[in-house]
Write a protein that binds this ligand. Structure first.
Ligand code: 3PG
Length: 342
């Protein structure tokens, strides 16, 4: 994902593309990303998405292990099957191997690993950038916070002894149906995560005039990197069909894919919630989807509250762009704060 001076690229292109991984169709997974820091930014978002994909897989493993009682080998078989479908990816592939891997005593090594995640910081940088540029990249944010929560292990162990969960923490319904629901939930959540990542890149591209080529970014991620997946081919096609696509969710393919997945997606999350297993990335994805498809959110209430306690002003639906203040109590007076948005 090289960026920097455009004039340098023709000199470096043959070298970089010769050593780069190749997509299944033979295309080199390396291209000039844009001026300045565009390459580093795109690589950072790639890593943030990687955090999200890893967290989604970990949440499904948690539900399958603790809520459904599936063995690691059974889960390995499910993941291997998923790797032949829409979830076909490097991370599903290695998770299959990890689930099946036995320690020298014949027991799964995975179960001996301390559940406290490390992080070198690129996911955190992506979440910070999302806040800085005002983009709701919620899934990567949750993935970073999930690592933070995991790392306060001793505190969690103490909490586990005193905090109540639901009376029933085991799933007793149809296992095959739930497994299918989680496949759909993971797929739909991945679509949301990538849509959010591309929203962040689009915003920064506009601010820094990087003129990012989103189809080319999807192509670069198709091979040779940790988030490589078959699904990136569909993202590439979406941007090939419309290079100015406002959101991946506006692309007819992804619109249909989320619509088809949503029953399973909702069932998976509600099942996990009822049996008390945390699914922060899966559920923030669904909340984002529901928020994104809502024409009128309750932010009118927020605006009224802000104006009530801080005279921060609000706009009326009828007159957007005009900020007014109401003296809600009759005691506050008519003086209002200036308005600015971070
Ligand atoms: C990577 O190896 O892809 C990145 O460095 C991510 O590492 P981290 O999970 O330690 O942040």
């Amino acid at each position: 994902m090289p960026g920097g001076n455009k004039e340098a690229w023709p000199h470096l292109k043959p070298i970089f593309q010769a050593i780069a991984a190749k997509a299944p169709d033979g295309a080199a997974c390396c291209d000039w990303v844009g001026e300045g820091g565009a390459g580093h930014f795109v690589k950072m978002v790639h890593n943030g998405i990687e955090y999200g994909d890893m967290q989604l897989i970990s949440e499904v493993y948690h539900v399958f292990r603790n809520g459904v009682g599936l063995t690691n080998d059974e889960q390995g078989d499910i993941f291997a099957q998923w790797n032949k479908g829409v979830l076909d990816s490097f991370l599903i592939e290695i998770s299959t191997d990890i689930l099946r891997y036995k320690d020298t005593d014949g027991e799964p090594l995975l179960e001996k690993i301390r559940d406290a995640a490390g992080q070198k910081g690129t996911g955190k940088w992506t979440a910070i950038a999302a806040l800085d540029y005002g983009m709701p990249v919620t899934l990567i944010g949750e993935a970073v916070f999930a690592r933070c929560l995991s790392s306060i292990k001793d505190e969690r162990v103490r909490a586990s002894k005193i905090l109540a969960g639901p009376s029933n923490s085991t799933y007793t319904g149809d296992k095959a149906q739930l497994i299918k629901a989680f496949e759909q939930a993971m797929y739909a959540s991945k679509i949301i995560s990538y849509a959010q990542g591309f929203m962040l890149m689009r915003e920064t591209s506009e601010q820094f005039k990087w003129n990012l080529n989103y189809g080319s970014i999807a192509l670069m991620w198709r091979g040779g990197c940790i988030i490589r997946s078959a699904f990136l081919g569909d993202i590439k096609s979406a941007f090939d069909n419309n290079k100015d696509l406002e959101s991946l969710l506006f692309d007819p393919f992804f619109q249909k894919a989320t619509a088809n997945a949503q029953v399973g997606w909702r069932n998976a999350i509600s099942t996990a919630t009822l049996i008390g297993i945390p699914v922060p990335a899966l559920s923030t994805a669904l909340s984002f989807y529901d928020g994104y498809r809502t024409a009128r959110l309750p932010a009118n209430m927020l605006q009224a509250q802000r104006d009530y306690f801080g005279a921060h002003t609000y706009e009326l639906e009828a007159t957007p762009g005009t900020y007014i203040h109401t003296n809600w109590t009759g005691r506050g007076g008519n003086v209002s704060a200036s308005n600015y948005d971070v």
